[in-house]
Design a protein around this ligand. Sequence first.
Ligand code: C2E
Ligand code: CA
Ligand code: CA
Ligand code: CA
Length: 290
Amino acid sequence: GLLKASDIALYYAKGQGKNHFAYYQEHMTEPAQARLRMEADLRGALERGEIELVYQPQVETRTATVVGAEALLRWNHPELGLVPPMRFIPVAEEMNIIDELGRWTIRQACQQLKAYHAKNLKLPKVTVNVSALQFKMEFVDTVREVLAETGVDPSHLQLELQEGVAMKDLGESIHILNGLKELGISLCIDDFGTGYSPLGYLNNFPLDSIKLDRSYLVKSLENEKEANLVAAIIDIARNMELGLLAEGVETIEQYQFLNRQGVHHMQGYLFSAPVSASELEAMLAPWHFM
Ligand code: C2E
Ligand code: CA
Ligand code: CA
Ligand code: CA
């Protein structure tokens, strides 16, 4: 399993790493030291092969088939073990290496997709997360370059954008999103409903689908008003001809609730945790798609 934030904080506070002495400075506060140590470790982690992607299947529940897989970053720290992305992505952003990490991630995901397809295995879509700081005009070039480099059919690639990602400058955001759409890939809003964004953006942005955040699912089984809210979100998606996938599905009850609402695309521990590329391979059906 992944480490808890408290374990990581403890590790860095104790300075158990081997090469951390150079970063020690008396006047620094504990968190600042910890941050510097993590930065030192993260620098070069890609080159050392400590970073990898795991994949969580997305399932069409009526046919029980895998319709996609979300690529999720893992950092296998030599001493700490697995550091969760929520811990190191903000650090990568602050260090200004998020663009490099983002390019690596998309390339890796595309190469993996190609490898599955070369074995005639069915994976219609791989979906990659994009952080707010990656989201700029140059990013369109990055995606175009990786698609050309790997030769992946763009229709098999999806990007997941957090709701807040595109909210800074509406004009520029639409420009970037149109640039991405023109590449032929699909775009999904991650964690839908958690970003306090005006719903109008659904009309202005060239989106293909939304991902219903796990928190709605949990709450909707606790009270009726929340359930009504989820039903309303599902209606919006339907009326706007957007795909909808529910994430974080953990229980049979949640599955049944979604099924009653006519939602059949799901992702979550009930089906599978994120797994290695070779473990995902075992879940894919044969596919002769040429
Ligand atoms: P997210 O995009 O919302 O990803 C879903 C997270 O929920 C993943 O955690 C996944 O392992 C976890 N999850 C999946 N199924 C269940 C479930 O049934 N129950 C519960 N409680 N959790 C479930 P993970 O892998 O730790 O990723 C956390 C976040 O880190 C992601 O949230 C995403 O925002 C970010 N992230 C991960 N990989 C990347 C990446 O390549 N680039 C960027 N920019 N962000 C990434
Ligand atoms: Ca995501
Ligand atoms: Ca999500
Ligand atoms: Ca979420």
